[in-house]
Structures are given as C-alpha cells and as structure tokens.
Design a protein around this ligand. Sequence first.
Ligand SMILES: [Zn+2]
Length: 338
Amino acid sequence: MTAPYPWLVMPWTQLVRAWRQSRLGHAHLLHGRAGFGKRAFARAFAGLLLCEATTDDRACGTCRGCTLFAAGNHPDFLPVAPLEEGKALTIDQIRELGGYYALRPHYRDLKITVIEAADSMNRAAGNALLKLLEEPPAGAIMLLIADRPSQLLPTIRSRCQQTVLDHGNAADIVEWLAAQDTSTPRDALLERLARAAGSPLFAQRLAEPAVSGAIDGLVNALGGVAVGKLSPLAAAARCADLPLDLLLDQVLRLCHETLLLKAGAPVPLAEYGRKPAPGLQRLADTVHSRAVGEFIQKAQDVKRLRLGPVTLREADLAAWLWFDWQAGTAATRRPSQR
Ligand SMILES: [Zn+2]
C-alpha cells in the first residue's frame, strides 16, 4: 500500500524518503485536525516499514511481513488506541507498551507502535510514555497520532519528529469524494466539503442521509431552543443520528459564524464557494453575543469531558449541550422576546 489517500501523497513521500535515508527518528508525531486520515496513514506506514521486500514507497503485499501485518498478527507491531471511541488512553495501556518494548524484535531490527489519540493521555500515562521516549528500545519506531498536539506534554512533543496531516488541495479532495459518490454533482460535493470545514473524511460522512439531515436542521434547532419554541430534549432527539464529535464541530462552527454575522464581519465561507446556512442571519438576530460566547466555552468543556476518565454516554453529553444553550439564551433574551 502507498499513501492511503491522495491528499496524503506528499507527506507520505517525504516520510518514506526520511526512512530510506535513515533520517526517521524513533518517535514521530502525526498531528492535525480530525478527518484527514492520520490513523490510516500511520497504519499504512507501519505496514510499509514491516514489509520485507519493498524497495520503493509501497509495501509488496505478499511477503511474510505484509501477510502477518494484514492479518493483524505481526509480532513487531502493537497498535494502541482508546478502549472506546472518544475515551482517553490509560496508563495501563502505556505500561503494556513498555512490556512490548522490553522484548527484542522478532524478525528484523524494528518494533513499531501506532499510538492513537496520544493527546488524550493524562499526565501519569504521558510520563510513562516519556520514559520510553527518553530511552528508546532498540529498533523502536513509535508513531503518535494527535488531533490537538498542544494537549501533549511538551517534553513528549520535543522528543518527536512531527508531520502535520490536515490539509489537502480542495480539487483533489473533491475528485476523491466524487470517486466514492458518483451520483452527486461536483458543486454539491464542494459544498459538502465546506460544511465539513474542509475535512475529507467528515465530508464523506455527510453523504449519509441521517447525518446530513440532522446538520441541515441544526440552525433551526438552535433557533427553536433559543426562542423557547423547542425543548432541549426535542432538539437532542432531532440530532440523535449525529455522532457527538460531528455535532460539536458543527455547532461550534455555526456559533462562530453567528458571532461574525452579529459583529458585521465577513463569514469565511467563500473558500469553497459555500453560502451561509439558511436561517443563520435570523439566528444571529435572535441571540445575544454573550450567550453564544459562553456556549462556545461550554461546548469546548463537553469536548474535554468526553476525553475524561468518567464514562459518560454520548446522548447525555449531547443533551447537556442543548440544556446549556437553552439556559444561556434564556438568560440573555430581551424582555420583548420572552
Ligand atoms: Zn511485503
């Protein structure tokens, strides 16, 4: 396999070259916004490193290394990911990684891990990882993945080479989306990409009717709750098909755009030729800037809670979000609107 997605070809080529020229460090941080394929990139790159026959930028697919890797049985590869989507990595998982690295490589001079959601580690887990990074075992290649690298311990960051994987040429991305979805015209795909804030994999999810329908209804739901015509629970029910991450991203984006409209500032929609969501101006006319600003903070708190050690159901977090929006907008509603 080569780069898993067309917009990742350039960083892929650079990383492969670094590897061939023995410039690849033992720790490498792949970071950037979600939805650009960091995990697929890291896994594919691990597969290339473990291929025993490759001479270029792709794994052969047939050697012992490739066969074991494809079957998920390669003894010199250990992926580490949160036990549940959206949860934090635990210190036990990092200790297990220590045990893995205590053994010598089975086949060649390489022992690889991909650590997903590295930015979700708490301090104790981070310190345990730091020990490994400070005294890297022979042959270790650790590929860390983080959407928010600023959440990592600075001492971890400084020990990693870094590659940003969160951009791509919009035309290339639309080509890729078109190959997945041949029945949708290009301008609609461009619009979809814009709604996903440029993220190709989120744009792909927006092709799911339940997801796109829920997003279409978000402005109305925000407006309905803000004027007291829709209950927070009813709003949450309307968005039940939206994964929480996507809901948070979309709500935050709409809130930022609402603040810009209220301030009379241009909303940065032109990049992908997108129009403002219908009803956004009405929402901006309805709500108080302070309520929107405070709500943005709360939505970011929900994002953090989601990574915390306490298990909270996605549906409960989503409901909280709507209750917060109701409380904030009700507190700042003008008397004439009550
Ligand atoms: Zn191979």
